[in-house]
Design a protein around this ligand. Structure first.
Ligand code: SOE
Length: 386
C-alpha cells in the first residue's frame, strides 16, 4: 500500500498534538480530529491542521476518510475506543496505558492478534538511537552477563498539592497513576533493550500528598505519587526501579543503568543524545549519529550527524514512521504493540498486588508456552545472550 495514510486523532491535548506532528512528519494526513466537545474539536482542527473536525470519536472511527485511529484520550476511555477501531478494520495507535484493567488489556491484545491490522502503543523511548545502540550491543553479548538492571523515572509536574489532573482520579486514569503512567515506560525499555523479562517483583507505592486541590476543594488522593520496586528477571538478573511524579527539579528524567560483567550501559532521557558505555579500563560517551553509532539497528534511527540532538518529538516521529511502515505491510523489528500494552498491564497489576499484600508477586510470562522462535522480534536477544 503506497497511498498516503490518513490519520484520525481522538484527543486534542498535549499527546494529540504530538501525534499530529508525527503523522505529518511522515507524509501522512490528519484527516479528522475529535475532542470532548464539537467546539474543542473545531478549535483543534485549526490548531493541528486537520482537514475536518469529527462530530464524535465514534464518527471518526467509522469514517471512510480514516485509515489509522490515534487514541489520545484519558486512560479509562481507551478500551472501548480501541475495540471499536479494531472492529472497524482500522489500524490503531492507542496511548499507554492500553487499558485500566488487566482483563481489558488481555481482550484488546487478543482482538488485535486476530485482526490483521496494526495495533501499536507508544512506548516511544525505544526510538532514541542511543537506546537502540544499547540494545544492539547487549544483543551481541558486549555486556557480558547482565546481572544488575536499575534506574528511575522522575518527574515534578505534580510536585504541589495544588496540582491535579485527570490522571489523579482513578475513575479516569485507573487505579495506578505514577507507575501505570511512567513506570511502565521504564519496564518496557528495560525488557526491550536487554531481552530480559521481569519474573517477579516486590513493590511499594506511596503518596507525597494525601490530598490535592480539585476545583478549589482539597480532596483525598486515590492514586500513588511514586513507587519503589525490587525485581528479578527470567535470566537471573536483579533490578530496582524508583518512580516519582513529585521530585522537584526532575522534568522527565528516565534513567537506566544495565550492568554486565564486561560493560555497563547508561542512558538519561533528559540528555538523550549519548549512550554511556562503562568499562573497567575506561568509559565512553557514544554520541548519536549514523557515523558514530556501531550497528545498523541504531544507525537507522539517527537521521542527522552526531551533534544535532534527536529529541522526544523526533523519537515519536520515528515511532509513527515504523507504525505506518507496518501498516503498509513492512516487517518492523521492535514495534511496541498491544502485546506490550498487555505486558505493561501485567506488571502494573503485580505492583498493585505486591503493595496490597506486602509480598513478592510473580509476573506471568506473556509468551508462556510459546517456543522462543514464535516470540516477537524482541525475543531474539534472549537467544543471542545464552
Ligand atoms: C505524563 O506523566 C507524561 O506525559 C506521560 O503520560 C508520558 O507517557 C511520558 O512520556 C511523559 O510524561
Amino acid at each position: 500500500m503506497t497511498r498516503t495514510l490518513r490519520a484520525g486523532i481522538i484527543g486534542t491535548g498535549f499527546m494529540g498534538a504530538v501525534h499530529a506532528h508525527a503523522v505529518r512528519a511522515n507524509g501522512g494526513i490528519v484527516s479528522e480530529i475529535s475532542g470532548r466537545t464539537p467546539e474543542s474539536a473545531a478549535d483543534a482542527a485549526i490548531r493541528l491542521h486537520a482537514l475536518e473536525a469529527a462530530p464524535s470519536p465514534e464518527a471518526l472511527i467509522d469514517s471512510d476518510q480514516v485509515d489509522v485511529v490515534h487514541i489520545c484520550t484519558p486512560n479509562a476511555t481507551h478500551a472501548a475506543l480501541a475495540k471499536r477501531a479494531i472492529a472497524a478494520g482500522k489500524h490503531v495507535v492507542c496511548e499507554k496505558p492500553l487499558a485500566t484493567t488487566l482483563e481489558d488489556a488481555q481482550k484488546l491484545r487478543d482482538l488485535a492478534d486476530g485482526a490483521g491490522t496494526v495495533a501499536a502503543v507508544p512506548f516511544v523511548y525505544r526510538f532514541y538511537p542511543a537506546v537502540r545502540e544499547a540494545r544492539a550491543r547487549i544483543a551481541r553479548g558486549e555486556a557480558g552477563n547482565l546481572w544488575l538492571l536499575h534506574g528511575s523515572y522522575l518527574q515534578d509536574w505534580l510536585a504541589s498539592s495544588d496540582a491535579t489532573n485527570w490522571r489523579v482520579d482513578p475513575a479516569a486514569g485507573g487505579t495506578s497513576r505514577a507507575f501505570g503512567d511512567i513506570g511502565v515506560h521504564w519496564c518496557d525499555l528495560m525488557e526491550f533493550a536487554t531481552g530480559h523479562r521481569i519474573s517477579r517483583l516486590v513493590a511499594r507505592t506511596s503518596r507525597a500528598f494525601a490530598q490535592r486541590a480539585s476545583k478549589g476543594v482539597m480532596r483525598d488522593v486515590g492514586t500513588e505519587d511514586g513507587a519503589a520496586l525490587l525485581f528479578e528477571t527470567d535470566r537471573g538478573a536483579t533490578g530496582s526501579l524508583v518512580v516519582s511524579q513529585v521530585t522537584p527539579g526532575r522534568k522527565n528524567r528516565l534513567w537506566f543503568s544495565f550492568d554486565g560483567t564486561e560493560e555497563s550501559f547508561s542512558f538519561n532521557q533528559e540528555q538523550p543524545d549519548t549512550l554511556w558505555v562503562g568499562g573497567s579500563r575506561g568509559s565512553i560517551r557514544v554520541p548519536s549519529g549514523p557515523d558514530t553509532l556501531s550497528y545498523p539497528e541504531s544507525q537507522r534511527y539517527a537521521r542527522l550527524p552526531a551533534g544535532h540532538p534527536h529529541g522526544y518529538q523526533d523519537s515519536f516521529n520515528a515511532f509513527i514512521a515504523d507504525v505506518y511502515a507496518a501498516a503498509r505491510g513492512e516487517s518492523i523489528d521492535g514495534l511496541p504493540t498491544f502485546r506490550d500494552g498487555l505486558r505493561a498491564a501485567q506488571i502494573t497489576q503485580a505492583v498493585l498486588d505486591s503493595t496490597a499484600t506486602n509480598a513478592w508477586v510473580d509476573v506471568p510470562d506473556i509468551d508462556a508456552g510459546l517456543p522462543l522462535s514464535a516470540r516477537t522480534p524482541d525475543q531474539p536477544a534472549l537467544e543471542r545472550q545464552s
